[in-house]
Design a protein around this ligand. Sequence first.
Ligand code: UDP
Ligand code: MG
Length: 311
Amino acid sequence: MIKKIDISLIVPCYNEEDAIPYLYTELVKLRTQMKGIAFEWIFVDDGSSDATKEKLASLSRTDKNVGYISFSRNFGKEAALLAGLEAARGEYVGVIDADLQDPPSLIPQMYEILKSGGWDCVATRRVSRKGEPPLRSLFARLFYRLMSKISDAHIMDGARDFRLMTRQMRDAICSMAEYNRFSKGIFSWVGFKTKWLEYENVERVAGKTKWSFWGLFLYSLEGITAFSTVPLILASVFGFVFCFASIILTTVIIIKTLVWGDPVAGYPSLMSVVLFIGGIQLFTIGILGQYLAKTYLETKKRPVYIIKERS
Ligand code: UDP
Ligand code: MG
């Protein structure tokens, strides 16, 4: 008979050869601390170019709690999370980063909360962004605020992917078959009762962050197009405002010409209006293009990830 697993932990790893030993040590401590709980640790190697896979393979040979999945190339953290969630067999399923920015010491508390009933998920948010460039923090805040205004996926400021959820919630997340996966949005969209734990930002234990400012910016656009159609309405709003303005302007010009006989003047003003409207048109067509591109990718129904090797 297959042994029942209490907690499955999913660890997405992309070039984390330096961080994995630290995380593993912490996980072992956790296992000793939470005696009687059956763990399963699923490390997902997201097409790393360093020795991540070899490290994971050797861990899985020596420790029966460790399992790994290795992708054929880098598919991104979202894909790694999905692969892990799909493979998870535990009654409770958790997600944790490889770099120890998510303190594993919170897991016993998360587990207690879920066990006591009343909650479907215990998630975490950073209340400080110590050690992060100020500009990045500012944009992150703006993004969370904008997102909660224009979409039905409310994302907490500072929300991490680090969380523990029930099997039921894991099933709901796996049932979302979209190709453009924005996990923070998905976690919120599926609903269920989520309790938030707060903690101070911790810097990564080893290795480098995989996110550049530009990368984060594109990722936030992805989040917006995946969970909100409000930008599409912008074109109609601009169109309406400009029609209204042009009717007023035309009326003014007609009256001025009829009453005072003023000549209609102004190449420069005409030019600026033409450029302005042209700009707005390109901007809104651009937005339309974004959604079209996403739709195009969704209709191809490509797999979110491809597994090359697993334990
Ligand atoms: N990650 C991944 N695939 C990627 C990028 C990142 O699996 O393409 C993993 C990475 O190994 C880490 C987690 O996602 O475990 C968070 O990445 P990182 O620490 O670089 O992000 P940050 O904490 O700076 O937001
Ligand atoms: Mg990190």
